[in-house]
Design a protein around this ligand. Structure first.
Ligand code: FAD
Length: 505
């Protein structure tokens, strides 16, 4: 059966990356299909750390409060010692919010809950995951991609403009494109399992055997469930039995701080840790994202976060190109996200080495707040003081006020699929156009700046403007006499005035 329905993007894989891309495209009005070969949602807790930058992304997607409601801050780490004593410590950096950084502490949410919240958001936007459908082949030509999908009703052939592989570490899409995925085996194998058990309190992440790979074991209580996530290194070779009885024997051999009795095993997996990065993220009309493009060890909680932010970087570019922006915009996805993944591989691998020694402290480096795209071709060189915000940096939050009264956060202005332009004082606003929201801030403008956010945080002088991308990174800064440069930038990303529109005041 061939369906010629007007699907613009087929997303293969409904993990964190696939769901995020589906939400972002659906809210932009792009016609999508999101398929997954699983018969039902994946039930394991896996990636349970949501980093502050991802929380900002999830706020824009409309789900951060729902996630906070099903999650919790990380519990303290309780290190049980051989002599029966224990010591508590806070290994995760906890910091109060500031005006420019509303989320400064990672949130713990089991991955099955995060994905459930994302599915709910997708449903609000009219989308849904099609489970039980496996991508088994595809071919591309100049106009689109023809994909073969095996499903409950047989084999279906669909036509789409783009195919995105968010199909996990063993990605069918990556293999089919014959994209290299060089392997760096890290010499660590681990078990992870979601358990209902007796014998541990739920107020701490319990660990013992730190610094000894043959004895290490940890049990983390998963918020708003009766589950603990077990994690422990296991021997590199041989079968590892994941049955309840075998896991009980494994725990009994390692856990020295009193009896732990496993009552139920909801999910368990034994896996080898790898650091791998795809050689390419794009071949024509087919793109890779998430674990399909990079896999990391779980140390530092980076995999899910990097995957979700791949999708967030890709979504607006794909939608813009579908709506007529130059195809070169899509090349900036790999240009921007591949170096970020390479950095993450280094970070997670370094943290794994520390974890082997028993060092579990995690600082701001895992929050992903200081990552950006200064190196990107979308971040033009502009003359700025060295310590000021630069093109490619994350756009900070801040408190403004509406001319009509009431406070407005910068993030309120950025929320949604559009570009945002903030002009300080007497700056000339560009002509209004679809996809751009421009605000004058200061006397005579729609917004006031009582805290001098644009001056102090954004480093804008009077008469200067800052253009912010749909994914919340600074595109460029423009001085008063530089309107032509701004127009060229806007045209390059597909932001062109509609013919009937007139110049805004
Ligand atoms: C023990 C452990 C702890 C972790 N801890 C963290 C953490 O704290 N923080 C963090 O950020 N990350 C963590 N991670 C990593 C995180 O789980 C992954 O990075 C994340 O799941 C990647 O999301 P994804 O959407 O790219 O891929 P996946 O979640 O793997 O989803 C891919 C989907 O594609 C589907 N699929 C595959 N092939 C096909 C096909 N041919 N057709 C249709 N569908 C297909 C699969 O069924 C699957 O549902 C952890 C991982 C593990 C194992």
């Amino acid at each position: 059966m061939t369906k010629q329905a007007s699907i613009e993007v087929l997303i293969c894989g409904a993990g964190a990356a696939g769901l995020t891309l589906a939400i972002d495209l659906a809210r932009r009005g792009v016609a999508i299909r999101l398929i997954d070969k699983l018969a039902a949602p994946f039930a394991g807790s896996r990636g349970k750390g949501i980093q502050p930058r991802s929380l900002e992304v999830l706020e824009d997607l409309g789900v951060v409060d729902r996630l906070a409601a099903v999650g919790a801050p990380y519990p303290v780490q309780r290190l049980h010692k051989a002599d029966g004593t224990h010591a508590d410590s806070q290994e995760i950096m906890v910091a109060p919010p500031t005006a420019d950084e509303p989320f400064r502490t990672p949130l713990m949410v089991p991955q099955f809950r995060t994905e459930a919240v994302l599915r709910e958001r997708l449903a609000e936007l009219g989308g849904a995951v099609e489970y039980g459908r496996e991508l088994t082949g595809f071919a591309q030509d100049a106009e689109g991609v023809t994909a073969t999908i095996k499903g409950p009703d047989g084999v279906e052939t669909i036509r789409c403009r783009y195919l995105v592989g968010g199909d996990g570490g063993r990605s069918f899409v990556r293999h089919a494109l014959d994209i290299g995925f060089p392997d760096k085996t890290l010499g660590v194998r681990a078990v992870v399992a979601d358990l209902v058990l007796d014998g541990l309190t739920r107020d701490a992440w319990h660990r013992c055997g730190e610094g000894d790979m043959d004895r290490q074991i940890g049990f983390c209580p998963l918020p708003h469930t009766d589950l603990f996530q077990l994690q422990a290194p296991i021997p590199l070779e041989g079968d590892f039995d994941l049955s309840l009885a075998a896991l009980q024997a494994f725990v009994d051999a390692r856990w020295t701080a009193g009896r732990v009795t496993i009552k139920r095993v909801d999910w368990a997996s034994a896996y080898s840790m790898n650091a791998r990065l795809a050689d390419r993220y794009r071949v024509g009309r087919v793109l890779l994202m998430g674990d399909a493009a990079h896999i990391h060890p779980p140390t530092g909680g980076q995999g899910l976060n990097t995957s979700l932010q791949d999708a967030y970087n890709l979504g607006w570019k794909l939608a813009a190109v579908l709506q007529g922006a130059p195809d070169a915009l899509l090349d900036t996805y790999e240009e921007e996200r591949r170096p970020i993944a390479a950095g993450m591989l280094g970070l997670a691998t370094g943290l794994l080495d520390k974890a082997k020694q028993g060092e579990m402290k995690r600082g701001r480096e895992v929050h992903q707040m200081d990552l950006g795209y200064r190196f990107s071709s979308l971040s033009p060189d502009v003359v700025r003081p060295e310590d000021a915000l630069q093109p490619g940096d994350r756009a900070p939050d801040g408190r403004l006020a509406g001319a009509a009264g009431g406070s407005k956060r910068v993030f309120d202005l950025l929320a949604g699929p559009h570009w945002t332009l903030l002009a300080r004082g007497a700056a000339v606003l560009p002509a209004a156009r679809p996809g751009l929201r421009a605000y004058r801030v200061g006397a005579g403008g729609a917004l006031r700046d009582p805290d001098d956010v644009l001056g102090q945080t954004y480093g804008l002088g009077d008469g200067e403007t800052v253009l912010i991308r749909p994914d919340g990174y600074v595109a460029t800064f423009v001085g008063g006499a530089d309107g032509a440069r701004l127009e060229r930038y806007l045209a390059d990303v597909g932001l062109i005035p509609a013919r009937s529109q007139t110049r805004a005041a």
